[in-house]
Design a protein around this ligand. Sequence first.
Ligand code: NAD
Length: 417
Amino acid sequence: MADQANPFRSLQQQLEEAAAYTAVSDDILQRLKQPERVLETNLTIERDDGSLAVFPAYRSQFNGDRGPYKGGIRYHPEVSRDEVKALSGWMAYKCAVVDIPYGGAKGGIAINPKEYTTAELERLTRSFATELRPFIGEDVDIPAPDVNTGQREMNWIKDTYEKLENTTAPGVITGKAIESGGSAGRIEATGRSTMFAARETFGWLGRDLTDATVAVQGFGNAGSVAAKLIEAEGGRVVAVSDSSGGIYKPEGLDATAVADHKTETGTVVGYGSTEKITNEELLTLDVDLLIPAALENAIDKSIAEAVAADVIIETANGPITPAADEILTEGDIHVVPDILANAGGVIVSYFEWVQNRQRFAWTEERVNNELERRITEVFDELIEAYESTAAPSLRMAAYVVAIQRIVRAYEQGGTWP
Ligand code: NAD
């Protein structure tokens, strides 16, 4: 893909563009464009056959003006220093736009976890936790799951940290199993915020999500939950995909049945009587709502020119390149940015951390209600910023809100609250 941008440059470009709609000075903007600290390490583990394997691993801590650093840990062969730096920045702006008291962070290991056994992955994760230990902590930096990591990895990290620190610190990591201090509603949170964002956007546009046709790229944790919840709201999910390809059925799929098929076979492809389509075909389908929920840079310039959806809700982080974004803005396609649409994950992570600090567990109903309240309030703030500034897109308006919050915290000289 010609303009498959370096994600860190994409982030910096977004910040430069958004800063033009704020009163932020150039020197402060420089600070807002770079992470404060990046850990780069090479993890060596013994494989089950006795040989050694080495994996590059990273943790980027972007901005701590509003609170401890916070962000996921990703296992993927394409993890790189620049990808992690970009993702940590998006986390900082995401936490600011949804007004939770964290700075951004992100980590990752360059590995294809499918090629390793559970025992090997446990040794690798515990090794990463040992390297991370001086840099993380309940009030310092709080990791969470991301692509190809989940409760299992979070529990390994928590356990390693607690053993090394000789303490109990469930709030050192979020996305844990309920039994280890996890929160009700965390697994579904990102897909749920996607659904709330879709519902609010359609309401703002004077339309109804009921009967809207929907395509979801990336039928993993976030994408599959979003599809199920949008179906429950009456939306018609007509296409979904994963790394093996996509499926299309104009009359509508059954997202729960597709998820069961993926659990059994490892892919959505081959489910029921559906047409097999490529990921590119899915992204350019004539639907009301398109949800990219796989990886960054999925929609580049050439795909953007062919996008036929009216609304895009970004569930993945950075799925649209800056060049593609311009084309979509010019084409009046409303894009609800990742830093708001997928913020459910970090918002419920925040609720988990609060519960850990309080040693008190909320009900799932309370978690979901608090999440709904937060997303709808933040959506209203976003629309107000969009309509009251010259910001050309919802993404720019979201960055304006986020930049202003971080700058205010910085100018007041420290961590908020
Ligand atoms: P996941 O690993 O559960 O799912 C990713 C899905 O994308 C898989 O089904 C995979 O097959 C598919 N995929 C990979 N490459 C693809 C390609 N080229 N084309 C189509 N599909 C492809 O991960 P997830 O947790 O659902 O995360 C998905 C995205 O959402 C990521 O960008 C992640 O950063 C973002 N996100 C996740 C959370 C969360 O809480 N899980 C929170 C915020 C943002």
